[in-house]
Design a protein around this ligand. Sequence first.
Ligand code: SER
Length: 585
Amino acid sequence: MKAIEIRNKYLNYFKKHQHSIIPSAPLIPENDPSVLFNTAGMQPLVPYLLGEKHPQGTRLTDYQKCVRTNDIDEVGDNRHLTFFEMLGNWSLGDYFKEESIKMSFEFLTKELQIPVEKLSVSCFAGDEDCQKDEETAKYWKEVGIPEERIYYFGKDNNWWIAGTEGPCGPDTEMFYDTGKPKCSENCDPSCECGKYVEIWNNVFMEFYKDNKGQYTKLSQKNVDTGLGLERMTMLLQGKETPFDTELFSAVMEKLETLQKVDNISSRRIVAEHLRSSMMIIADGGRPSNIDRGYVLRRLIRRMIRHLNKLQISLDELEGLIKLNIEILKEMYPELEQNRETIKNVIIEEKDKFAKTLEHGEKEFTKEMNKLKASGKTKLDGKVVFKLYDTFGFPPEITEELATENGMKIDKEEFEKSFKEHQEKSRVGAELKFKGGLASTGEMETKYHTATHLLNAALKQVLGSHVHQRGSNITEERMRFDFSHPTKMTDEEKQKTEDLVNKWIAAAIPVEHMEMKKEDAIKQGAEAMFIEKYGDIVSVYKIGDKSLELCGGPHVSNTSELGHFKIKKEESSSSGIRRIKAILEN
Ligand code: SER
């Protein structure tokens, strides 16, 4: 069964069980500066898990595009991916354990026709925060999983939370037995040897963990499930790795015909990072030196380095991008729609990086020779920093090269040197993953509304080509990225600022509405990714100045905002400008 058939079967099965199919949210979370990318299907749904009413009801299903970068260095082995698709079904205070288990079991055994003998499950073992989940085990027995294939594990395995704070709960996981022999007498589904592969995780989300580590009950009992599509495809096709499925095989084979040096790990890295970076770019990501832009930059640069390792000409990249669009466009039409942008962004980054790489590698080789001559095995952190700072050579690449030479790098010392320069660049930002909702205090709410006014004002001052490309809000300031080809003049900045302040002074009410997506489009509503929304959309209207699709929250009248001031206007990436602005009392 192909991946797309599994996806369609999944969505149809849950539709048949009264779930509304909702579209995948973009990889880049909207209005949520606390995470870099969506890392799980539940992430865009956090407000609804906490009790907000979802316009499409209490039973939802979708496929969600996800990017997880904590395992980026593992890519190249037989299983790790940075981009993956998660199929999910949700109960928002609707069904709970019994129905969830019955549906999962039926889907696996009837729709996907997995023999029941291949399935094992695990349940939460219980601790001081939550009791042992014997109820879940009982339902598993009822559907036909024998007691000896029901395991109990603690929080490490059977508790799910995104990050450290947010909605969470015990989960039950389903495992597929690959038929390999047990690696030891104690081998069970928690073992990583490869005999058991986790295929589905149903989280019974009835708790909230706060920032002090305290658990409280949520106002409703939810179910959040996640089934990794690439893994399921691989298992159902009897393949050893996701790279052997139709999602990657054509690119893998092409790389094999192009390569002059054989290296399977490099081929996997190229194929995986190519797909991942194309998906991020299609959802509006652009390479830069901070936050998610840096993750994208890292993916593209690592891919380029491994093309070099395979001794494949970088001129082949364009053909590889084209091939990947052909393979994936049915599943992700946004790749086809953004064909030109994807190509331009990757090629531009390649041109920039090829030079850096050449200089950096020369310098690295010099340093490596010195190190070998000295009989040491660890590259000085200051040298790693010099390679980074002077030659633009990313530390993770230095580390990778060092490993290939049987050496290590002094990370601690590098980080020390790096911290001193942290003001300039925030590489470590991807560690700031917290999960859940960004806080929306009073100031953040004001900045949300100011963002809509700024968007509208820029359109009036600069023209209708202006569209939002990103936004980031903290208690202290707002940042707004928008499409515009040139630097704004002082006069344009002043006009924009004046216009926003004029609207604030006019005390315009801010109205929240829910309407059909097509009506919102007809009325000219602004949205970053209109095709990604469901049929009923949430819209905020500020008089006749602004109409935008948005989940809020917003102030109720513009007069609450105070005085708006643009602090900075600068380039964000090619064709995209960035404004930093504040609200003063
Ligand atoms: N949130 C859970 C996971 O990501 C189930 O969807 O595994």
